[in-house]
Design a binder for this molecule. Sequence first.
Ligand code: C5P
Length: 222
Amino acid sequence: FGNGVLAGLNVLISAGPTYEDIDPVRFIGNRSSGRMGFAAAAAAAAAGATVTLVAGPVSLATPSGITRRIDVRSAAQMHAAVLEAAAQADIYIGAAAVGDYRPQDVSATKLKKHDGASLTLRLSENPDILASLSAQIAHPFLVGFAAETHDVASYAQGKLQHKGLDMIAANQVGSGLGFEAADNALTLYWADGAVELPRAAKPELARQLIAHVAERYRATRR
Ligand code: C5P
């Protein structure tokens, strides 16, 4: 057995936003920078894991030690890439901010304005990647993120339950933390416990997150 708390384990991490195309020049996206997920990938590699990183559209260099990076754009592409890679994964950390909806019809040509008339976009719901994995009989240890603007604890614990997760990392977005920020603060919840990781730079927070994931993984799988 090599060094590090995740030695010998395959860790799959999704990071960044997804873009849902409306037409050739427009899309629906979100403010995720990918930095928390990339930091988690770096920390997992430093802890000895074999790391596969599925990245949405971000402008971030691949951290050293990552074995495989798969770049995707839409939620559907991320769903397919994660499900394919999950068959080999011991742990999946869903740090991506996956778009909940996609335009029902993608226009092949640029949409045009029509004399002040309103425009209605019809949206279809995207499949939930974490919920798809947890529905499988054999699936990796599942870690989700819950970025919330309010009622963080109750939404996070609700997601832990209804998505069938082993752990959820909850954070408040806005107020200089979370999306687009250098710092974050997380509260980790699992079925019978919780721990607060106070405000820190994302790489430091990611190291702490990975240490707790490794500990909970060992507790449930051994
Ligand atoms: O429900 P909500 O989107 O807030 O949950 C966030 C968590 O669920 C994140 O871990 C995110 O990666 C995951 N998620 C997912 N598939 C979706 C939407 C969110 O796996 N379609």
